[in-house]
Write a protein that binds this ligand. Structure first.
Ligand SMILES: [Cu+2]
Length: 226
């Protein structure tokens, strides 16, 4: 779909794919792109992470432009909005990672085994190859509840969409927002994974054949629910 994407862009209709530029905290959604979400490397083409699931870019795909930091209370709603409806079949997942004490979130790269999963979209019971079967299908806003026991502090919040329509060649879209969690608890989020590292090139969750039957399981650790 990459060639089609570029052709549409040149025609002035950059709608072929999507990115995730809007932070959502509580009932507030950014109205400006890349305010609280770090700009990705391809904000114009909207393309996916070209290096695949084991590349450095799988973490945040960021281009180095600084973002601001939003605020959400533990137990509140947190999410990220897409630039248009997500039209490929496959799951949305969220991860969070806490910046080490004394480290400014604005300058932290999220390296190491620091990421815990906070949301994993359940696959549909049937017709996995059809976008409309998925809960995320054609939707733009994706949220989860920050567990009440999440410790207060500064976090990266990473959204991921694994588009599985091209069997064996997943299109993985990611972006990372910056958020301060307030009124937190004493939980110990986990299991913790690293990006890259959490997924392998042949992970069943990223090379799954949507059209071959069988039960799909999204890649990565289990969700930490506090
Ligand atoms: Cu595509």
């Amino acid at each position: 779909m990459r060639v089609v994407n570029i052709a549409l862009f040149l025609a002035g209709v950059a709608q072929a794919h999507y990115h995730f530029p809007y932070l959502i905290t509580g009932s507030t959604k950014d109205t400006v792109q890349w305010k609280h979400v770090r700009q990705v490397k391809n904000p114009d083409s909207n393309d996916f992470v070209n290096g695949g699931p084991t590349s450095q870019d799988i973490r945040c795909y960021e281009n180095g432009k600084k973002a601001e930091t939003g605020t959400v209370a533990a137990g509140g709603t947190l999410g990220i909005g897409a630039s248009q409806g997500v039209f490929h079949p496959g799951p949305i997942q969220f991860y969070m990672a806490k910046a080490p004490e004394g480290t400014s979130i604005a300058n932290w790269d999220g390296a190491g085994s620091v990421w815990f999963k906070t949301y994993s979209e359940k696959p549909p019971a049937s017709k996995l190859g059809e976008t409309s079967s998925w809960a995320s299908g054609n939707k733009q806003d994706f949220t989860f509840t920050v567990p009440k026991n999440t410790p207060s502090g500064d976090y990266l919040v990473r959204i991921e969409h694994i588009a599985l329509h091209n069997t064996g060649k997943p299109q993985i879209y990611v972006a990372c927002g910056q958020v301060t969690v307030t009124n937190g608890g004493n939980g110990t989020p986990g299991p913790l994974v690293a990006f890259p590292g959490a997924y392998s090139a042949n992970d069943p969750g990223v090379v799954f054949n949507l059209y071959g039957g069988g039960q799909y399981k999204a890649p990565g650790p289990s969700v930490w629910s506090g």
